[in-house]
Design a protein around this ligand. Structure first.
Ligand code: G1P
Length: 296
């Protein structure tokens, strides 16, 4: 089914305090997962789903992000002179990936507030929203599936994943009804970071959304919620509860691999897991890992 989504929005204004001191001067989005900044996986995912117009919501201290997706003539000339085509390609690849725009969030008033900063660029079109902390296995096609479901239902779409009970309070959690599709549910309500034991299901919202532009008007009227911040989940709950606003909200249940690079332990796991799958690093790393673990 054809969909008209062309634009992706990537919030990247967070302070990354969980990774201090590394993130004192370096944006958390630039932390390498193996040898590639976390943000590049997210941009590649959007581009692979056909979204070449990308808006990043940034903030102070985020200049490295713009530099990463810009030309670096000095490096290019040096590598050209050495005829090092392989490394040259690594430098130019991120520059040529997408048409990337930037806007600053200004006040750090939460994810909902960051998304609202995209209103002008997005205009009156549906758009994808990708949160930079989550890396989806590059072999999966979650975003394409969400775009298809958006095209066929017209609804806003959230990615949902089954999460262990004790972790649910770290997420937005959905109230759902089943549909005939095993990976699609209708979302009738949502709670941002429910207190332990209070979650309405075990389906957590992971950082991928396809949103109708009506979300902006709702966000504009959304009062600060959990943590005193304007929560995207609260605005989506309004769309979910009243299908007359913008055809409601549906969830696509994701059963593949997702790495939460915003958490230090999960970040380390992502680096190791993705490195073991690489032809250049995998065999050596796996052999060492086996020896290392056996010696502990
Ligand atoms: C945000 C959202 C939350 C969602 C999560 C996914 O929370 O507010 O609903 O479940 O991303 O990663 P954050 O992780 O920014 O606190």
């Amino acid at each position: 089914m054809a969909h008209r989504v062309k634009k992706a929005v990537v919030p990247a204004a967070g302070l990354g305090t969980r990774f201090l001191p590394a993130t004192k001067a370096l944006p958390k989005e630039m932390l390498p997962v193996v040898d590639t900044p976390a943000i590049q996986y997210v941009v590649e995912e959007a581009v692979n789903a056909g979204l070449n117009d990308l808006l990043m919501i940034t903030g102070r201290n985020k200049n490295a992000l713009e530099n990463h997706f810009d030309r670096n003539y000095e490096l290019e000339r040096t590598l050209e002179a050495k005829h090092d085509e392989a490394r040259l390609l690594k430098v130019t690849h991120s520059t040529d990936l997408a048409d990337i725009h930037y806007v600053r969030q200004g006040d750090p008033k939460g994810l909902g507030h960051a998304v609202l900063k995209a209103a002008h660029h997005v205009g009156d079109e549906s758009f994808a929203l990708l949160l930079g902390d989550d890396i989806i296995d590059p072999k999966e096609n979650l975003l394409e599936r969400m775009l298809d479901v958006h095209g066929s239902t017209g609804a806003s779409v959230v990615a949902l994943m089954e999460v262990d009970e004790e972790l649910l309070s770290q997420y937005g959690v959905a109230v759902i009804e089943k549909t005939d599709d095993s990976d699609v549910v209708r979302v009738t309500g949502m709670v941002e970071k429910p207190a332990p034991g209070q979650a309405p299901s075990n389906l957590a919202i992971i950082g991928r959304y396809v949103l109708r532009p009506e979300i902006f008007g709702v966000l504009d009227r959304t009062e600060p919620g959990r943590g005193g911040e304007i929560q995207l989940t609260d605005a989506l709950a309004v769309l979910a509860a009243d299908v007359s606003i913008a055809d409601g909200v549906v969830g696509v249940i994701f059963r593949g691999r997702r790495f939460d690079t915003g958490d230090r332990l999960e970040y380390l796991k992502a680096v190791v897991e993705l490195a073991t799958e690489r032809d250049d690093l995998g065999p050596g790393l796996l052999a060492w890992l086996r020896e290392f673990v056996a010696s502990r």
